[in-house]
Design a protein around this ligand. Structure first.
Ligand SMILES: NC(=O)c1ccc[n+]([C@@H]2O[C@H](COP(=O)([O-])OP(=O)(O)OC[C@H]3O[C@@H](n4cnc5c(N)ncnc54)[C@H](O)[C@@H]3O)[C@@H](O)[C@H]2O)c1
Length: 446
């Protein structure tokens, strides 16, 4: 025991055992002398000094390797390439952030090829409707995960049935008037009974059905939009609302620019839709200004294409369905009121450009080609049946006299403009309508 006890003291004082002659001749220069090399090696190997040196080197090199990464992650230093919070970041920043965090796990500082874009989770309300289903096609084809929310008020499962079985596609039957919680990156909010006039013009309708549609329209635009904005705020998602050219009412400015505030009758038959959309735009801007939600506002002008509701009272679908069924084309008023008609693929490209861009809007998305109702009827006759006749009926209340978008803003800021003319787009819609009209169950809802 005594020996064991003594041993450490010997070890600790080993330098004292060095002869005085040698210790007195010590100088830093003498260390470098070849003859003193064995002694310095001895020195290093003694008392586990080598181990300490190696551990020191290891700690030092670890620090230098991690230092650039740590400084980039430091919350105290603002770095424009890394957003502070999900909700305040731009989409491109979020994509960069996603690939950056992948880099951390694999290879610091380098972006591996193919990791430039990450797959987004996107919800499309009203995704089983006409425009929504085409948008869903495009979003899925771009490699995103898509969730459709729809109550099938005017939409149809058949519009998205070709995606059933795709693991990146989900369909939820839900009324957006009720809240829902989902984790997504983007929300395209299209849900809205787009044509309450569907019931109004239908000669077989009863008053209760009209009221239900109108009530539902306003509720969806207000309560539904509030719910989806609330969701966007909670989860930090970007939110796009599909507003309408109807916000311009019966316009006193022609063509209509986004700066025009409109001429809308607040108590008319169309007001539930027009004012509903105006309120939805207001709510979107309030959430943007007040809660920092990234919103995008599209003002859509008349759009047509395959999968439109057969009997929804919209003029293109009316004329096409009537011509195929060998019925007279009904023109309301003198037929000199004008509209612009946009093919659905152009609209979808515009919506995606708006969502992915950095501008809130509102943006007019429409085809500036302007047609009177009589001119449209002539194009439909040329395309489907030149012997079709026209039947005039009294005009509906508050029917706008003119409608034509000024798309200068979308051209400049979204680099977007429509590509498909009416004469090119109409035949694509006609073949779809012909197939569906052949099916006697078509147009009767789900
Ligand atoms: N097509 C056009 O010409 C046009 C023009 C201007 C604006 N818009 C807007 O574009 C959007 C899509 O229009 P669309 O032409 O595809 O109409 P659509 O009727 O075909 O689609 C609307 C979809 O929303 C669904 N929906 C309605 N209320 C809902 C609710 N409460 N909860 C869940 N789902 C609901 C419907 O079932 C339908 O699938 C609408 O917001 C519409 O106002 C369309």
């Amino acid at each position: 025991m005594k020996q064991l006890h003594k041993q450490p003291s010997v070890n600790h004082r080993r330098d004292e055992e060095i002869p005085t002659s040698l210790s007195s001749s010590y100088s830093p220069k003498a260390f470098k002398h070849p003859r003193s090399l064995p002694r310095s090696i001895n020195y290093i190997f003694r008392e586990q000094r080598l181990l300490f040196i190696l551990v020191g080197i290891l700690i030092g090199s670890t620090f230098f390797i991690l230092q650039p990464t740590l400084s980039r992650l430091s919350p105290s230093e603002p770095n424009p390439s890394i957003p502070r919070s999900f909700s305040s970041s731009s989409l491109h920043d979020r994509i960069n952030t996603a690939s950056f965090s992948t880099d951390l796990r694999s290879n610091a500082g380098r972006v591996p090829a193919g990791l430039g874009k990450r797959r987004l989770r996107i919800v499309v309300t009203g995704g089983a409707g006409f425009v929504g289903s085409h948008l869903v096609d495009q979003l899925l084809s771009r490699g995103n995960d898509v969730i459709v929310i729809d109550n099938f008020f005017t939409g149809r499962k058949e519009n998205v049935a070709h995606h059933f079985g795709n693991p990146r596609f989900e369909l939820i039957r839900h009324d957006v008037v009720e809240p829902i919680l989902l984790e997504v990156d983007q929300i395209y909010h299209l849900a809205c009974p787009a044509s309450p006039v569907h019931y109004k013009y239908n000669p077989g309708c009863i008053f209760e059905m009209v009221f239900e549609a109108l009530d539902c329209d306003y509720k969806t635009n207000v309560m539904g939009t509030l719910n989806m904005l609330g969701l966007a705020k909670r989860i930090g998602a970007r939110f796009l609302i599909t507003s309408t050219s109807e916000v311009y009412g019966d316009p006193l400015e022609h063509p209509q620019k986004e700066t025009y505030w409109g001429n809308v009758n607040p108590i008319g038959e169309r007001s539930c839709y027009d004012e509903g959309k105006r309120t939805a735009e207001t709510l979107a801007m309030d959430y943007h200004r007040g809660a920092g939600v990234e919103v995008r506002i599209a003002r859509i002008f008349n759009t047509y294409g395959p999968r439109m509701c057969l009997d929804d009272g919209r003029v293109v679908s009316n004329f096409v369905a009537q011509a195929i069924r060998k019925q007279p084309l009904t023109v309301y008023g003198d037929g000199k009121q004008t509209r612009s008609f946009q093919y659905v693929s152009d609209l979808v490209n515009g919506l995606v450009a708006l969502m992915e861009g950095e501008h809130v809007g509102p943006f007019n998305l429409g085809n500036p080609g302007e047609f009177t109702m009589l001119e449209l009827a002539e194009v439909v006759k040329e395309t489907i049946d030149s012997s079709a006749t026209i039947e005039f009926r009294p005009n509906t209340a508050d029917d706008p006299h003119k409608r034509k978008p000024d798309i200068g803003k979308a051209k400049e800021l979204l680099n977007w403009e429509p590509k498909v003319s009416l004469r090119e787009g109409l035949p694509l819609m006609v073949s779809d309508f012909q197939n569906r009209i052949l099916n006697e169950d078509e147009g009767k809802g789900n």
